[in-house]
Ligand binder design. Structure first.
Ligand SMILES: Nc1nc2c(c(=O)[nH]1)N[C@H]1C(S)=C(S)[C@@H](COP(=O)(O)OP(=O)(O)OC[C@H]3O[C@@H](n4cnc5c(=O)[nH]c(N)nc54)[C@H](O)[C@@H]3O)O[C@H]1N2
Ligand SMILES: Nc1nc2c(c(=O)[nH]1)N[C@H]1C(S)=C(S)[C@@H](COP(=O)(O)OP(=O)(O)OC[C@H]3O[C@@H](n4cnc5c(=O)[nH]c(N)nc54)[C@H](O)[C@@H]3O)O[C@H]1N2
Ligand code: SF4
Ligand SMILES: [Mo]
Length: 707
């Protein structure tokens, strides 16, 4: 038996006769270190233990992490391929399912051209798989239509970072340094519920006197412990950030030497924030001027500060602007490239960072290369062994692929690791799109709402049945290990894609026997790109507790701290875009007088297809609800627990009221982890950011009615 001490001086939690597989949680970007407990005798999964020696999360797991293992041998697992016959799923052999896919894909492309097929990917997969999904679309299917669920998640952070820093790594600093910071400015992050195990880092810093500024329309558990809570109206982040920049400049907090040496466009930014006095900012955001002033002084006076944001600020039609403005706060204070200071986004999905760098995005190739760059196309074509002319052109973003379905261009889709029937905005449009398709294939291990629309469902493995790497929210590349052999008749996503490629006559491009072989090719594909992994090996990851990209050679130490000397732009300087402020895509009207915002609860994960099946999590939070302030509810004569109707210009839904004083009086918040009639995405606005094509999940106009 593998002897393992959970923590020095702490009794082992696992039983004798179990081996411990060292890996990371399947869910969020924290990628908490854990051991999966496996019975040595039967090979069964027994549970998990936190990894106390994982330097980032130090023995902490949240309620989702401690129950994550219950997915693995869950009775709902899809055990064999499913084919829809006369409207009902029937179990089939792999041979029958794959032959059908081969025939349909060939037929559809023969009739309508290569681009009639499309791929919708996801980033709850390893780097190896995410890389292969991009290659599968372009080399096996030869289609330009590929995009992925990260479009709904990290695209505005990515767009903002590219604009400001010329490179998109979600954190400019390693999070092991956070406890030494003096100030955190956090915008649109429900940290305690969505990245729960990071809270210990902030508490440690707070114990040493660090200050905290939280920008959120709701008084989240994190806002409650902040020094200042800026309770803005949803959709007004740019105005608030401009107001803070105004004060940082006016009060003399700018590190002028840093700005002169390392940034462009300061004078333009200065001119554009001129009008954002505390009073003007307050009139747009609804935040009291004194609080804005207090926040600016706290932030301006802190020697080591970190600006952090999450989807609250990013999932807006001005999400990229919000990211550039919040990042500019850190630049003006000269905070980037130094110890315990910088800018970070709370990356959402487990491999939200790695999965966005290697070609699942409609316009990207591995290593953060651009499909519009002929040199990049030449390089990747060579790695893949195809002619550059064969490389498909850029496609369109995730939501816009459904426009292409509605207009008849896309005839078939392969969804791999996503549940857009729950998680896309304006979701009834997505349902109609799925019904219009000639053929839909879904890879999943649980029958999702999306899979219910499918013609063929292919059972894939969970994260514990395969190995590979992910990249956590710091930019640290880490190892996922295999605890057990694939259950039932499931196959890994990389095997499935390779087998389909082979049936389409493209097998020679997909010769892999294991994930390590994919990783070796992937390293070469990233070499020389912005996200360069070429110096990273499985062995180094084990030895060094992960390796931070960029890491261009095996003797390169990796890059925990970004931009020490220069930024990723052509001239090495950061940009300070002057973007002003604009209203969100939808503003309250007489008919729809309030603002609706959506998000998460600690017990569920994303579309809920995984966590709604775990009894403990389901019991804690069985259904969605409309959270609102008692004063708002009393205007409508509504009481706690009562069923009400919410309507937006798109649709309506009925759900329970949950009263809380911890929210603005002019908004309604609904968590989005449920499907069909319980999906708040029936209501959300697909207004897209012009740069990132991120939908506006965080603000639309809503009407509330008593039933
Ligand atoms: N428990 C749990 N944890 C998760 C996930 C999950 O589903 N469940 N998902 C993971 C993923 S993929 C992601 S992307 C992250 C998301 O992590 P977060 O972004 O922290 O989560 P959200 O609940 O989407 O939104 C965060 C906050 O934004 C606020 N907000 C709403 N509108 C605005 C606005 O206009 N401006 C500002 N400044 N704030 C606003 C909301 O009140 C909310 O408290 O969490 C990850 N972790
Ligand atoms: N209203 C509203 N909508 C939102 C958001 C919001 O804040 N508000 N947030 C958005 C954000 S940030 C995100 S990230 C998206 C997420 O949206 P989705 O992509 O729909 O999220 P998941 O529920 O993670 O879907 C992943 C699916 O893949 C399956 N799966 C898990 N691992 C694997 C694997 O290794 N292989 C395969 N083949 N399948 C796997 C799961 O069972 C699940 O069905 O939702 C977005 N939608
Ligand atoms: S914080 Fe995220 S990675 Fe850690 S246990 Fe919870 S869901 Fe898993
Ligand atoms: Mo996300």
């Amino acid at each position: 038996m593998t002897e393992f001490l959970a923590k020095p001086g702490v009794k082992n939690l696992h039983n004798k006769g179990e081996k411990l597989i060292t890996t990371h949680c399947s869910y969020c970007g924290m990628q908490c270190g854990m051991h999966i407990r496996v019975s040595e005798r039967t090979g069964e999964i027994k549970g998990v233990e936190p990894r106390y020696d994982w330097p980032v999360t130090l023995g902490k797991l949240c309620p989702k992490g401690v129950t994550a293992y219950q997915q693995i041998d869950h009775p709902d697992r899809i055990k064999r391929p499913l084919i829809k016959k006369k409207g009902k799923f029937v179990e089939s052999s792999w041979e029958e399912a794959l032959s059908l896919i081969e025939r349909k894909f060939t037929e559809i492309q023969g009739k309508h051209g290569k681009d009639a097929l499309s791929v919708f990917g996801g980033v709850s997969m390893t780097n190896e798989k995410c890389y292969l999904v991009g290659k599968y679309a372009r080399v096996a299917l030869g289609t330009r239509f590929i995009d992925y669920n990260g479009r709904f998640c990290m695209s505005s952070a990515a767009g903002g970072f590219m604009k400001t820093f010329g490179l998109d790594r979600g954190s400019t600093l390693p999070w092991t340094e956070l406890e030494h910071s003096d100030c955190f400015l956090m915008a649109g992050s429900n940290t305690a519920e969505c990245h729960p195990t990071s809270i210990q880092m902030f508490w440690k810093a707070r114990d040493k006197g660090a200050k905290m500024i939280v920008i959120d329309p709701r008084e989240t558990p994190t806002a409650r412990i902040a020094d200042v809570h800026l309770d803005l109206k949803p959709g007004t982040d740019s105005a608030l950030a401009n107001g803070l920049l105004h004060l940082i400049i006016k009060e003399g907090y700018v590190d002028q030497e840093y700005v002169d040496e390392r940034c462009n466009n300061f004078e333009e930014l200065k001119a554009s924030v001129e009008e954002f006095t505390p009073e003007h900012t307050a009139s747009i955001t609804g935040v009291a001027p004194e609080k804005i002033i207090k926040a600016a002084h706290i932030y301006g006076r802190s020697p080591r500060s970190v600006v952090m944001f999450a989807r609250g600020a990013e999932q807006q039609s001005k999400g990229v602007d919000n990211v550039t403005l919040y990042s500019s706060l850190a630049l003006l204070r000269g905070q980037i490239g130094k110890f315990a200071s910088g800018v970070a986004t709370f990356t959402g999905q487990g491999n939200g960072q790695g999965g966005r760098e290697h070609g699942q995005k409609s316009d990207l190739l591995p290593g953060y290369r651009k499909l519009t760059d002929p040199e990049a196309v030449k390089y990747i074509s060579k790695v893949w062994g195809i002619a550059p002319e064969e490389m498909p052109k850029p496609g369109v973003s995730a939501y816009e692929m459904f426009d292409e379905i509605h207009n008849g261009t896309i005839k078939a889709m392969h969804v791999i690791c996503s549940n857009p029937a729950v998680s896309s905005p304006n979701v009834e449009y997505i349902w109609e799109g799925f019904k219009k398709l000639d053929f839909l294939v879904v890879n999943d291990f649980f029958l999702s709402e999306t899979a219910e629309f499918a013609d063929v469902v292919l059972p894939t493995t969970t994260w514990a049945e395969d190995e590979g790497t992910t990249t956590n929210l710091e930019g640290r590349v880490i190892r996922i290990r295999k605890a057990i052999e694939p259950l039932h008749e499931s196959k890994t996503d990389w095997q499935i894609l390779s087998e389909i490629a082979a049936r389409l006559g493209r097998g020679k491009y997909f010769p892999y026997k294991n994930p390590r072989e994919i990783f070796e090719e992937f390293r070469i594909a990233t070499k020389g790109g912005k996200a360069d992994y070429s110096g990273i090996t499985y062995e180094r990851i084990d030895k060094e507790d992960g390796v931070f990209w960029p890491c261009p050679s095996e003797d390169h130490p990796g890059t925990p701290t970004m931009f020490k000397e220069s930024f990723g732009t052509p001239d090495g300087k950061a940009n300070l875009p002057a973007v002003g402020w604009e209203e969100p895509g939808e503003v309250p009207t007489k008919e729809f007088p309030l603002r609706l915002t959506t998000g998460r609860v600690v017990f569920h994960y994303l579309s809920g297809n995984q966590t709604r099946r775990i009894d403990f999590l389901k019991d804690q939070c069985p259904e969605p609800y409309a959270e609102m302030h008692p004063e708002l509810a009393s205007q409508y004569n509504m009481s706690d627990g009562e069923m009400i109707r919410l309507s937006t210009p798109r649709s309506t839904m009925e759900l329970e009221v949950k009263l809380t004083k911890a929210t603005r009086k002019d908004i309604v918040f609904v968590p989005y982890h449920w499907g069909k009639e319980l999906s708040v995405n029936k209501l959300t606005n697909p207004s897209l950011d012009p740069v990132s094509r991120m939908p506006e999940f965080k603000v639309c106009s809503v009407k509330i009615e008593k039933l």
